[in-house]
Design a protein around this ligand. Sequence first.
Ligand SMILES: Nc1ncnc2c1ncn2[C@@H]1O[C@H](COP(=O)(O)OP(=O)(O)O)[C@@H](O)[C@H]1O
Ligand SMILES: [Mg+2]
Length: 253
Amino acid sequence: MKIISISNNKGGVGKTTTTVNVAAALHIMGKKVLVIDMDHQAQATYHFGINPNKVVDSIYNVLKGEKNYQDIIIKRKGIDLFPANPEMKNVEFLPIPAKEFLLKEALEGLTGYDYVLIDCPPSLGVLTLNALAISEFILVPLQAQFLPFHGMYNLFEAVQMVKKRINRNVEVAGIIGTMYNPKKSINREVMEETEKRLPGKLFSTFIRENVALQEAPSWGKTIFEYKPESNGAEDYMALTGEIIARFDLMSPA
Ligand SMILES: Nc1ncnc2c1ncn2[C@@H]1O[C@H](COP(=O)(O)OP(=O)(O)O)[C@@H](O)[C@H]1O
Ligand SMILES: [Mg+2]
């Protein structure tokens, strides 16, 4: 079972879009997939067609120890989901020590999945630390539009700290170029610069700018359900093939 956090402390870079559509591609490839929505904005939950405001028992109840994870699973067309809801932001204020290990403790004994994908919020707060504490890999979506290296260095620095104190087995498996438009020179420059500064991290599949990817969440559908012929579907399928191959290289077994 491979546990993967999709994380970047910047918002709007394609984390949720990547989580949902890579999960969907893995499912199409025959893998057993679980998605954990760790963002109180609950966009992944919404993208899967579930209204977060109607989610009574979310991953938050599991973090608080009120529910077992088995009791909150939503089974959605072959993909399992631990949903989020807005009250999750209160996790920061729970009067419990060692809050970064709540997810790890709650998911003790979790089995039966090939891939667990965790959609992280756009910060390095408690919810992200909980995700990183149980992850083997981190995937970092990088919006191709401008040079966001400062933020990325923060993330890499944070990962070093997490390795030291929370989970020494976690690694940044790769950077995913999102919202890519090959006609814009800035997009190409960002990707070239990324490859130069962090050699070998960038996946060769870039996710192109694609309206269907933007529309799919409002229909509560993955890109493969909404527009299987779109560039978005093609790119996420290719990317997922590349991700699987890289994970297998990084942790054979
Ligand atoms: N490749 C893409 N082309 C066009 N729009 C995209 C693409 N990827 C994501 N988006 C849109 O950009 C916005 C931010 O993406 P999202 O995945 O929610 O980012 P994050 O989870 O990092 O905040 C959303 O409206 C999403 O639909
Ligand atoms: Mg998101």
